[in-house]
Design a protein around this ligand. Structure first.
Ligand code: FRU
Length: 495
């Protein structure tokens, strides 16, 4: 087919996919578990954030999207934009699989994850064309747009048609950035059971030269690295990964040094970006204020409720700013724009709970709320401090945050959150922390907990049947004094 025929076909595929979403959206909008201020699809399936970029005064967020059902399937790129990281507008689907390198027979094909860059006012998406059973199965492609809405596939696609090493597991999820005069791209891969980030470079975004393996697992970081993202932060570089088959972790970052000549990234520190069960495929962008902002998919694979046919699936985390701390680790902090969602609030200070005592603070509605509570760790005599939220009338359903002072351990227990799984996530506060500060965002079917200004984050989907806004705090085996508690209902802005 000639170029104009290809463009026409792409337009037509997008029209049909948009129609399918629009037809389902009205019913989906009624669903009880829709979130109030997080990005989610109007209908259909959503996974990874793709192509995060600040372009011509707006934040663009693309995402892995199956418009025809609430199950993962042939991948399209959904698209939303925002001027303020709060109000997101749904735009037409940006990419639909139409070309041989992205079109197959079974469900395992499509325009898979990737990134976006801008040059001279042109927005370029760089993504993986994936077709199960095709040889090669994964190739790297581009599509361009001037208005940031309508994209044409690059006539020279696939730009990278073969993986540099035939024996690799996976060759996908290109993330492109500019350094000096050149473009660089990391691609997720794996070899002999070790996840890898492969590095390419280019002067013109078309001809890509392979530079080698920028970083690889030491044997403990999973066998395939999905969605790598490599970027400068302060005077360091950070590599963000979604490792497959890594014991105890679904996400990871490494802080280290990048040598652009040799193409090698040398990690110095590593830790998880988020310790909850539902955080995957994080991607970042650099905005016009110089902030490195990260959004991830609150994935919730495998949980009972999420599998039910609700006509939609998947949501993104709140945008979080990444900050390099003095100890060389990363903090991830909800962006301050979220404060604009706060409605009426409660403010409490200087409350002490005796052993066995509990206190309840209620909010009008529990659908969307935020609270921040601070404790001086010295002031906790209790053996156990328990904070319960989303508690049902009979108390059977609840989401619980526990702090165990003797171990300095903080737990997020979602076993009775209606999500049908049994997840308890934990972080241990370092000896150096003198305070425990929790900032918690609840949005109907999600909870995000930030500890000590983003030193740790824990994200989970929750599916409570009953909605009761507020917080129950209980001390066991000793007293607890809280320094302050702020609670707000958050405005629903939908998306
Ligand atoms: C991560 C991932 C990516 C891939 C995409 C397909 O969730 O598996 O590696 O590009 O999803 O939807």
């Amino acid at each position: 087919m000639n170029v104009s025929g290809e463009k026409q076909q792409h337009k037509e595929s997008i029209r049909l996919a948009d129609e399918a979403v629009a037809a389902a959206a009205k019913i989906v909008a009624q669903d009880d578990y829709r979130l109030q201020y997080h990005v989610m699809p109007e209908a259909g399936w959503m996974n990874d954030p793709n192509g995060l970029i600040y372009f011509k005064g707006e934040y663009h967020l693309f995402y892995q999207h199956h418009p025809y059902s609430d199950k993962w399937g042939p991948m399209h790129w959904g698209h939303v934009t925002s001027k303020d990281l709060l109000h997101w507008k749904h735009l037409p689907i940006a990419l639909a699989p139409t070309e041989p390198y992205e079109l197959g027979q079974s469900g395992g094909y499509g325009c898979w994850s990737g990134s976006a860059i801008e040059q001279d006012g042109v927005l370029t998406l760089i993504y993986t064309g994936h077709v199960d059973g095709r040889q090669p199965m994964e190739v790297q492609c581009a599509a361009t747009s001037v208005d940031g809405i309508t994209f044409d596939k690059h006539p020279a696609n696939p730009l990278i048609a073969v993986s540099p090493d035939e024996g690799n597991t996976g060759f996908r999820d290109p993330k492109v950035w500019r350094h000096g005069e050149l473009w660089y791209m990391v691609i997720g891969s794996g070899r002999e059971g070790k996840g890898q980030a492969l590095l390419y470079r280019s002067a013109d975004l078309e001809e890509w030269a392979y530079m080698g393996v920028a970083a690889e697992s030491d044997g403990t970081h999973g066998d395939m690295w999905e969605c790598p993202d490599l970027f400068p932060l302060g005077d360091k570089h950070v590599l963000v990964l979604s490792p497959m088959n890594m014991e105890g972790a679904k996400n990871l970052y490494m802080v280290g040094e990048m040598d652009y000549e040799s193409g090698k990234f040398t990690p110095e520190q590593e830790a998880m970006l988020d310790h909850g069960p539902d955080f995957y495929a994080a991607q970042t962008l650099l905005d016009n204020q110089g902030r490195r902002i990260m959004i991830a998919w609150m994935d919730h694979w495998g949980a009972e409720m999420a599998r039910e046919d609700r006509g939609w699936y998947g949501a993104m985390t709140v945008p979080r700013e990444l900050v390099l701390m003095l100890d060389g680790k990363l903090a991830s902090r909800p962006v301050p724009e979220l404060e604009l969602l706060r409605e009426e609030g409660i403010m409490v200070s200087g409350v002490t709970l005796a052993a066995g005592e509990s206190a309840v603070w209620s909010l009008k509605n529990g659908q969307g709320c935020e609270w921040i509570v601070e404790f001086d760790l010295e002031g906790i005599q209790a053996k156990l401090l328990e904070l319960s939220l989303l508690v049902s009338e009979d108390g059977q359903e609840r989401t619980v945050i526990r702090y165990l002072p003797s171990e300095r351990k903080l737990l997020l227990d979602c076993c009775t959150s209606g999500a049908g799984d049994t997840s308890i996530s934990a972080v241990t506060l370092p000896e150096t922390s003198s305070t425990l500060k929790l900032q918690v965002f609840v949005d109907r079917s999600s909870i995000e907990v930030f500890v000590n200004d983003g030193q740790y984050a824990l994200t989970s989907r929750v599916y409570p049947t009953a909605l009761r806004g507020g917080l129950t705090m209980k001390a066991e085996g000793g007293s607890v004094s809280l320094q302050s508690l702020h609670m707000w209902n958050l405005k629903s802005i939908g998306s």
